[in-house]
Design a protein around this ligand. Structure first.
Ligand SMILES: *Cc1c(COP(=O)(O)O)cnc(C)c1O
Length: 412
């Protein structure tokens, strides 16, 4: 964490600053102030939204100076935006990383980093519980460019070691995973990468930098769908990848070519959402744990997947690495077929039926219907998606109201 002085003083100048911050400042302060200029355009306390697609130079010599001296200023919208720089610095500070690159969505960030880092003949090792679109991108698209994806079981470190070949360039995992909430031993994962000279990436979307700090554990890259907790209001899409300035240089360059940049208004919404990041995470953590404990004790609930519960298979890893366990709670309804499970979802009044997670509104869904409806029963079994599974993304409502709502929804 940067010191208070580093956050408040270095930001007097609006010029982008980088470099690994020193220890000191809390995440609440960072979320509000990190990355922001102390004095902003129009003397406003909040940042301006720069809608510009291009940026002007006063004269020809200024263009030449910009190119020759590699001056830090804007040039064209695809290469950067002042608001984007602020949010990138804020995300890097929260992550304890040197740098961060913002993308149009979490998937754009994942595609960006893999396209920047992998080439023909390389392979990437993925764990099997990673986000299904991430795995689909590897399987159906990276493969067309001669990049092989090797899938291993989440948390099986011997299998990761065994999968590594001289052509392996990256190890990718998620922690916690969705919807089973498997949590990995981050130090072990990072160590396998380091020892073999292979970069490691963790998609920590479900944890956020409030609950998990993969960079501190030695992981090279941390990916977030900022659409979830970081934006936090179910009103924007964004993604980010954090790591060292050097390692991210190619990713940043490729983003400028791909054009997978976010829009100024969405970037501002993300910055605004981040102001309350710490407060929201505290509430998501409280609600998640309270709801998980309630469900675990309920006679109509067969099983609860929540890393904060002692009964979770990976509770030891979760306890070692996580500060809190987030708002996502997955559970199985006892002796229920898919229809009886759907009835529980449909009876919920507070929780809204939708995919996604991490916003202030609680969202509920049945994975069988929402994400696996067109899969065969065999495929669903292989993915570990039983018919009676419900995924509840607790928002920031009152825990008592969420519990009361579930209580009535489960009373059948
Ligand atoms: C949502 C999500 C993504 C994809 O992010 P988008 O912003 O929707 O593109 C990737 N990984 C995880 C774990 C997610 O939950």
């Amino acid at each position: 964490m940067p010191s208070l002085d580093a956050v408040m003083e270095s930001e007097k100048s609006p010029a982008p600053t980088s470099g690994k911050p020193a220890a000191g400042c809390g995440q609440g302060t960072l979320a509000v102030h990190a990355g922001e200029a102390r004095q902003k355009p129009g003397d406003a306390v909040t940042d301006a939204i720069f809608c510009a697609s291009t940026y002007t130079f006063p004269d020809t010599q200024s263009v030449i100076d910009y190119i020759e001296k590699e001056q830090s200023r804007e040039e064209y919208g695809r290469y950067g935006n002042p608001g984007e720089k602020v949010v990138e610095k804020k995300l890097a500070a929260l992550e304890g990383a040197e740098s961060a690159v913002l993308f149009a969505s979490g998937m754009a960030a994942l595609v960006g980093v893999l396209m920047a880092k992998l080439g023909q003949g390389d392979n990437v090792v993925f764990t099997d519980e990673c986000y299904h679109r991430s795995r689909q991108f590897c399987r159906e698209h990276l493969s067309r460019f001669g990049v092989e994806t090797i899938t291993v079981k989440t948390g099986d470190y011997a299998a990761i070691e065994a999968a590594i070949t001289p052509k392996t360039r990256m190890l990718v995992s998620e922690s916690p995973t969705n919807p089973h909430q498997s949590c990995i031993d981050l130090e072990k994962f990072a160590e396998i990468g380091r020892r073999n000279g292979i970069e490691t990436l963790i998609d920590a979307t479900l944890a956020t930098p409030y609950n998990l700090r993969p960079i501190d554990a030695g992981v090279d890259y941390v990916l977030h769908s900022c659409t979830k907790y970081l934006g936090g209001h179910n009103d924007l899409l964004a993604g980010s990848i954090a790591g060292s300035e050097d390692q991210l240089a190619q990713v940043r360059e490729l983003r400028g070519i791909m054009g997978a940049i976010n829009q100024p208004h969405a970037i501002y919404l993300l910055q605004r959402g981040l102001k309350t990041f710490e407060l929201r995470m505290q509430r998501h953590n409280e609600n998640g744990l309270a709801v998980a404990r309630f469900l675990e004790a309920h006679p109509r609930v067969e099983k609860v997947y929540y890393p904060g519960l002692e009964s979770h298979r990976d509770h030891a890893h979760a306890k070692k690495y996580m500060r809190g366990f987030g708002g996502l709670v997955t559970f199985l309804v006892k002796d229920a077929d898919w229809r009886a499970t759907a009835d529980v979802v449909d009876r919920s009044k507070v929780c809204r039926i939708a995919p996604s997670l991490g916003g202030v509104e609680s969202l509920i869904e049945q994975p069988l219907v929402m994400s696996y409806y067109q899969r065969t029963p065999e495929e669903r079994k292989a993915f570990g998606i039983p018919d009676n599974m419900i995924r509840l993304a607790c928002g920031i409502e009152d825990a008592a109201d969420l519990i009361g709502d579930l209580e009535q929804a489960l009373r059948a």
